[in-house]
Design a protein around this ligand. Structure first.
Ligand SMILES: Cc1cc2nc3c(=O)[nH]c(=O)nc-3n(C[C@H](O)[C@H](O)[C@H](O)COP(=O)(O)O)c2cc1C
Length: 216
């Protein structure tokens, strides 16, 4: 443990791959996001669609986890989950969320904040219907975020669902679907030398995007 801690505390990266200024960025943050996620895809970043989402629940207790971005439009970001999960319980209490994408290969981070609401049924149905059958069965079977005794219990739940839907189309469970993050704040972070990183932010004020730089 001691050696490992020494090792961890000595790990250092100096970032040199790019720069970012207010003059470089698109005036519309969703277009800047589009550019960066496209560049992450082109750079073959592993899972560029994965992001961390933080929620705040009862007693102001935060929690966070990785989910997949499954689409975005103008300042709307979609992800899918179980509506009875820990994150969904949090969202029911407090619709404010904070999202973070990390692209180490590009020395970039994107932070997005806003409020979240359930996506419309049509969007959730379309996404669910296009999922592989085994994922559809998983969505019906797993009581996400609930305590279960062991793996066998989960296997039994899967078997039960498989029987229930044998030779049948699997519709979206009522307790599973999409959320839309409505972004009101973005930060695009580009790593620079000696920790003097570039941070360009967008904040929605009176329906206009105010663009400014933050100190690293
Ligand atoms: C790469 C990756 C992608 C994930 N994508 C999703 C997702 O799209 N939806 C989801 O509900 N959970 C996803 N998970 C699992 C979540 O991180 C988490 O374990 C789960 O949603 C339960 O979280 P909760 O108990 O805080 O609600 C993913 C995990 C990883 C590591």
């Amino acid at each position: 443990m001691h050696n490992l801690n020494n090792h961890i505390s000595s790990l250092r990266e100096d970032f040199t791959k790019g720069t970012l200024s207010k003059d470089d960025v698109n005036k519309l943050p969703h277009l800047q996001f589009e550019l960066w996620i496209q560049q992450a895809i082109d750079a073959k970043v592993i899972e560029p669609q994965a992001f961390n989402i933080a929620t705040v629940g009862l007693n102001n207790k935060p929690s966070n986890r990785i989910v997949y971005l499954r689409g975005f439009t103008e300042n709307k970001f979609y992800f899918y989950t179980n509506f009875n999960s820990h994150k969904s319980m949090d969202i029911e209490q407090n619709s404010q969320v904070s999202a973070c994408f990390f692209y180490p290969e590009l020395e970039r981070q994107i932070r997005i904040e806003g409020t979240v609401q359930k996506a419309n049924d049509e969007l959730s149905d379309t996404y669910f219907n296009n999922r592989p059958r085994q994922s559809q069965i998983g969505a019906w079977s797993s009581p996400q975020s609930k305590k279960i005794a062991n793996r066998v219990e989960l296997d039994h739940l899967i078997t039960k669902t498989e029987k229930q839907f044998e030779n049948k189309t699997i519709n979206r469970p009522p307790f599973w679907g999409g959320y839309t993050i409505n972004a009101t704040y973005y930060e695009f972070w580009q790593g620079r030398k000696s920790r003097l990183h570039d941070r360009i932010c967008y904040e929605l004020k009176n329906e206009q995007w105010d663009i400014y730089r933050l100190a690293p």
